[in-house]
Design a protein around this ligand. Structure first.
Ligand SMILES: Cc1cc2nc3c(=O)[nH]c(=O)nc-3n(C[C@H](O)[C@H](O)[C@H](O)COP(=O)(O)OP(=O)(O)OC[C@H]3O[C@@H](n4cnc5c(N)ncnc54)[C@H](O)[C@@H]3O)c2cc1C
Length: 419
């Protein structure tokens, strides 16, 4: 039986491993840390399983705000001055990728099939892993002060419509009924019923890895460092624990995938869009009934197993810089202002802050497919803002590629060769 080593046990690696098992491979999961642990983006994300996340992070006009990104270290998108020289080429590509409506449309058309129907796929897998209660399919809502603010985002919604996303517009009164705890400054909602959410993405990831192990996958506690390739065929994955013989490998190491991909010929422009979360631990009495995205905060607000979580922010500062916890405080303060019923005198230890790395390519699309120099080494990384939702179909695509079957969606936009 051919042996596949999956590198990285975030949600993407976990899904790749499960699909490799379904295709009849012997599977090892190589991960130096805890699967779904705090080092992984899969732990702390916004919990959204959102088929409508088809808009790239930079849209037409975003480039005009670059001076603002540099001047305001606490703005929703900030670039660290000291890191700017290193980030510049990536940043230029990132801004260009969404610079026109046609480019936004191209992005949406590429990614929509990867996200379509994802909540139901997640639900089925979560049920099998015994954690079905973590996946909900109740929709998600964008909230605005009024209809005019919604119309200001017309381009995004126009593009969503063109790729088949449907929504329901919610007027103030219905919004109050649906979200009785929400601050009255929001008077308009856009509900996407096809969306879902996961109330503990780290726990979900851990459960997927446990399911893979129950199905026979082996865990290797090590960090991959390279590959031994002879005559164009993979012979082994090199790691901190020595060489592991392998016939195939899947690079799914999130932000740390870049150096591994380079070793197999693909110089992918991958940068960390550092993001944060603040969780108000426990039940504080006020909460959203549906996952919410406030237009004035650009963050995901979701009730999770641990408590009320706000996640968001984009900070370009590399993977080594210390977290700037003021960013998590912004998320916390937004939570408090959005839910006036929350107590004002909560002790600091009721809040948990986290920072993690979105593994982001310049064009906001993941890298899925064979590497340039060795067809036995597959890429499955670079999912940026949509790795939780996109992991389910990415896993299926990896399964198909391993089995040398045609994948169910067009993977050409995700080829590493596009860079
Ligand atoms: C604030 C924030 C909010 C987000 N919100 C959402 C959302 O609402 N919905 C959504 O779909 N997505 C969201 N995302 C994005 C999503 O979290 C990521 O795209 C996704 O988790 C990436 O998964 P991954 O498995 O590729 O990487 P990770 O989860 O980072 O996992 C990579 C794993 O690889 C391991 N690893 C690293 N180096 C090596 C090595 N050399 N060898 C072996 N293993 C290695 C790491 O330890 C880690 O466990 C958000 C991200 C952030 C930061």
């Amino acid at each position: 039986m051919a042996h596949v080593v999956v590198i990285g046990a975030g949600v993407v690696g976990a899904m790749a491993a499960l699909n490799a098992l379904s295709e009849g491979f012997e599977v090892s999961i190589m991960e130096p840390a805890t699967p779904g642990g705090e080092q992984a983006a899969s732990y702390g994300n916004g919990c959204w399983l959102s088929p409508m996340s088809v808009i790239p992070p930079a849209t037409p006009g975003t480039w005009k705000k670059v001076p603002q990104f540099l001047a305001d270290p606490l703005g929703p998108l900030a670039v660290n001055w000291r890191y700017l020289p290193r980030a510049l080429p990536w940043l230029a590509g990132y801004l260009l990728a969404g610079a026109t409506e046609a480019r936004v449309m191209k992005h949406a058309e590429a990614i929509a099939p990867l996200l379509r129907g994802a909540p139901a796929i997640h639900k089925a897998i979560a049920d099998e892993a015994g954690v079905g209660h973590l996946i909900h399919q109740r929709g998600a809502m964008y909230i605005y002060p009024n209809r005019a603010a919604f119309k200001a985002e017309a381009l995004a919604w126009r593009v969503r419509r063109r790729v088949g996303i449907e929504w329901r517009e919610i007027e103030a009164e219905e919004l109050r009924q649906r979200e009785p705890d929400l601050d009255r400054r929001y008077g308009f909602g856009v509900l996407v019923e096809a969306a879902g959410h996961c109330t503990d993405p780290g726990g979900y990831t851990a459960a997927l890895v446990a399911l893979a192990e129950a199905k026979g996958a082996k865990r290797i506690s090590a960090a991959a460092t390279g590959f031994r390739i002879e005559g164009g065929r993979l012979k082994a994955v090199r790691s901190s624990a020595g060489e592991v013989p392998a016939d195939r490998a899947v690079i799914a190491a999130g932000i740390r995938s870049k150096p591994l991909a380079k070793l197999v010929g693909d110089n992918v422009p991958l940068e960390s869009e550092r993001g944060y979360h603040a969780v108000l631990l426990g039940d504080a009495g006020a909460y959203p009934r549906t996952p919410l995205m406030p237009s004035d905060g650009k963050m995901g607000v979701v009730m999770t197993e641990a408590g009320l979580r706000a996640s968001g922010q984009v900070e370009i500062a590399g993977i080594e810089a210390e977290p700037n916890w003021k960013r998590a405080e912004i998320l916390r303060d937004h939570l408090l202002s959005s839910f006036p019923g929350l107590p004002r005198d909560l002790p600091a230890d009721r809040f948990k802050f986290w920072m993690g790395h979105r593994p982001s390519t310049t064009d906001g699309l993941p890298v899925i497919g064979a590497s340039r120099e060795c067809g036995d080494v597959l890429h499955a990384f670079g999912h940026g803002h949509t790795g939780l939702v996109g992991s389910a179909r990415t896993g299926r695509a990896i399964g198909a590629l391993l089995a040398r079957r045609a994948p169910e969606i067009d993977l050409r936009p995700f080829s590493a060769a596009r860079f």
